[in-house]
Design a protein around this ligand. Sequence first.
Ligand code: 0L1
Ligand code: MG
Length: 259
Amino acid sequence: MVAKTLTSNEIDILAGRLHNARVEVLDIPSLADDVEIHIDDAYRIQEALVSRYLDRGHAIAGVKLGFTSKAKMAQMGVSDVIVGRLVDAMRVDDGDRLELQRFIHPKIEPEIAYRLSRDIDLDDTTADIESCVDAVAPAMEIIDSRYRDFRFTYTDVVADNTSAAAYVIGPWQSLRTVGDLSVRLEAGGQAVEGSTAAILDDPVNALHALLDVSRRRRIPLRAGHVILAGAATAAIPLTAGVARCEIEGLGSVTVEAVS
Ligand code: 0L1
Ligand code: MG
């Protein structure tokens, strides 16, 4: 069965549920329990959700990719990455404290961040995204699905801005190849190790996948935007204490989670 296109009012109501869940720090059931949502409408809900930040004076700071590992794509039964928006309010400085009360059930994951040095014209079919990136950094993303127990469908998670909640960027460095670097994340007494190759075989592939989705979904890519390329390992729960990610040759980034 093909999901019917939602009205603007329906989009707004569903975005409101997700917004309230975040602001009230209270999880909600899957939207898909109530309504069948087409992926086009999931991105419309995401846009309506993000516009609530902008209405409150915040600004878009970048974009993020999800489902960039083969394991996660297989688990969700999809073959496409998902894209969410980063807002300045989600940014935490390297080494800073982060209040856990802001979140429902936060998890943290190690990421590669890129920085866009130029706007990208989404209608220019010859645009070369790699030449529009000037820096790379170790990073961590805090994901906090607004759905109960992280139980969501593909369209649910897109609508929920791909679980985006916070992010921290380590020292920026001039652009270099980051295709297969070892990664270690420590948080809440756990440690996970992996490789940047888990991100679409090479994080640079995330740039191309991002441009493709951004063209189809009309997601602006602007000079100064941060791009979180995807997780290099599975996410682990974020509990009180210092979380630290080290990426071979790129250095480290930390955040102190406080309750
Ligand atoms: O950034 C991510 O990798 C998260 C996307 C999937 C959503 C989730 O696991 O909560
Ligand atoms: Mg992520």
